[in-house]
Design a protein around this ligand. Structure first.
Ligand code: 13P
Length: 260
């Protein structure tokens, strides 16, 4: 079964709602000018919460074929949880995806594997595909090898899900995020292959075959093609480079330079 590649831009805490409009319009025009074929790759943007309504309206009005996602959601559905955002609200704003367990949330907001698992369940309750992030720090890699931490994080996140759960996995080694110290395609493949095996064990062979696994960490136009040649890498979760229109458009158009 062919998996549609997914190129996802995690804006993190960048671009207000006005800047978001300009950015999304420019990205759309750039891809049109380059005669990019819309169906070949799925494109998703993950703006801050305050931009989502604006971006949703723009995508809808201009028929821009990008998927929309949020960077986090609450494990709860409603109630006295000041500052939290419910999956129900995101779903009403046409968010098809939500990033869960990004290393910045694990690190700065104390999100444990159990919190991540609860948020995955919340996303699925509201029909939103969770983009489940896993990845090791440099110390963890040295201590327990390249795959152990990500494998364990994923096992906890997937526990108890039905076999037909629609999820995306993102392998983001912490040491490669925002550092310019990109993993090699072979390193990414080693972990993504191990993660696919975990999906197979927990959710079954069909899920392992259909679930997309992304690589994230210092992805750029110059290195995306090599990642995409790996059999278990189905796309990228892009941070810094997703804020630069030409660079992100070139990442989306990696099929034009796969042979480079
Ligand atoms: P960079 O692409 O800036 O390294 O960030 C990766 C990331 O954290 C995407 O979620």
């Amino acid at each position: 079964m062919a998996r549609t590649p997914l190129i996802a831009g995690n804006w993190k805490m960048n671009l207000d709602h006005l800047q978001a409009v300009a950015f999304v319009q420019k990205l759309h025009w750039t891809l049109k000018d380059a005669k990019h074929e819309d169906g070949s790759v799925e494109v998703a943007v993950f703006p801050p919460f305050t931009d989502i309504r604006t971006v949703q309206t723009l995508l809808d009005a201009d028929k821009i074929p990008f998927a929309l996602g949020a960077q986090d959601l609450s494990a709860q559905d409603s109630g006295a949880y000041t500052g939290e955002v419910s999956g129900a609200f995101l779903s009403k704003l046409d968010c098809g995806y939500v990033i869960i367990g990004h290393s910045e949330r694990r690190q700065y907001h104390g999100e444990t594997d159990e919190v991540v698992a609860a948020k995955v369940q919340a996303a699925l309750r509201h029909g939103i595909v969770p983009v489940i992030c896993v990845g090791e720090t440099l110390e963890q890699r040295e201590e327990s090898g390249p795959t152990a931490v990500s494998v364990e994080q994923l096992r906890v996140a997937l526990a108890g899900l039905p076999a037909d759960a629609d999820v995306v996995i993102a392998y983001e080694p912490v040491w490669a995020i925002g550092t310019g110290q990109v993993a090699s395609p072979e390193q990414a493949e080693e972990v993504c292959g191990a993660l696919r095996a975990v999906i197979g064990e927990v959710l079954g062979a069909d899920a392992a075959e259909r679930t997309r696994i992304l690589y994230g960490g210092s992805v750029k136009a110059a290195n995306i093609a090599a990642f995409m040649r790996e059999p278990d890498v189905d796309g990228a979760l892009v941070g810094g480079a997703s804020l630069l229109v030409d660079e992100f458009a070139a990442i989306i158009r990696y099929q034009k330079h796969v042979g480079v």
